[in-house]
Design a protein around this ligand. Sequence first.
Ligand code: NAD
Ligand code: MG
Length: 383
Amino acid sequence: MTNIALLGSTGSIGIQTLDIVRNYPNLFTIDTLTAADNWEKLAHQAIEFKAKRVVIANEIHYHSIKQALKEYNIEILAGADALEEVVKQQEIDIVVVAIVGFAGLAPTIATIEAKKRLALANKESLVVGGEIVMRLARQNGVEIMPIDSEHSAIYQCLVGELTPPKRILLTASGGSLRDIPIEELKNVTPQRVLSHPVWDMGARITVDSATMLNKGFEIIEAAHLYSVKSEQIQVVVHPQSIIHSAVEFADGSIKAQISYPDMRLPIQYALTYPERMNVGGLQSFDPFITSTLTFQKPEAERYPCLELAYSALQGGGILPTVLNASGEIAVEAFLRGRIGFTDIARVVEKSLEMTNNEPLQNISEIYEADAEARANALFIIDN
Ligand code: NAD
Ligand code: MG
């Protein structure tokens, strides 16, 4: 029995994680569930999965969820700090961090410090704090199991290999705007962007897929997880999303991970590794139905965020934090109709330009840089 704390249970990754748990009650139990605002869904999930405790991160919902769960023996906590506390429970085996955004950093670090197995969907924590997070994981003997499909693919390619990778081929669907004329990009609506051709994901990551800022985050994520340099990571647009990434070794041999796109595969792999089980009812790949796999170079003009991410990785220090924070603010402004789609890259670029970069020494500097970058991004949007 694997006992799970699932942080961000009401989101896209969270719900799919619970799908897997629902299918295999003999393998998995739920200890803790958490959400930011959606207390109703959190309460339903807690009842269905017999959770021992829940955390509602936004404290204003505390009384609502307390009322909803009053007949159940479920501990109810509120506030961001509680997310760092709950992962320490002795009976927890795996913590799934499926929180979106910068808020995932603190619980990720708390999980590592508690020496729990970390199934990490939250890419932002590796983007902003990659070096520190990886160092802490090594010091605490914690293995990070990536849930991001590309990083799970890379992980699977590396299992059993003794030589380091020579090159990583990081695949990308190209997002929801891959095929529209570049000159139309500035006028696209949030609604148009949110209809992703392949993956059904949370709002932020869907917009980030269209700008490829998401792929930029994944470059940084891969660099930290697999100790590779930026020039070893090549982004390849692969519209079918069948190859989830590939790794080239010293002899030129390339291993790829292939499956139909379904996030339940990387999620279950993170939960069951080193074993493999079909716990999600996943569809088997049919090479005769899906007989064409194609690859394209990402167009620099369509995806300016890609280059911004490479330069943030190369510059290091607080630049990746600025990349993430300004991206978060810009996407929010776009979704609210305050800026256009192509302004997202502009806001990120200007934010990076405004940054006085410095090497990172500790976590508190990430928080300072994050707050400053958010203020700068808002200033850029307002002016
Ligand atoms: P989502 O928006 O659907 O869900 C986010 C979850 O985090 C929700 O449960 C929400 O309540 C919680 N949350 C949001 N803000 C919070 C805060 N400030 N404090 C505490 N909890 C908070 O997002 P998602 O698509 O499930 O993505 C989750 C993470 O996984 C992201 O980092 C994303 O980049 C990554 N990821 C997602 C996918 C995917 O297919 N959805 C794929 C790869 C990686
Ligand atoms: Mg991904």
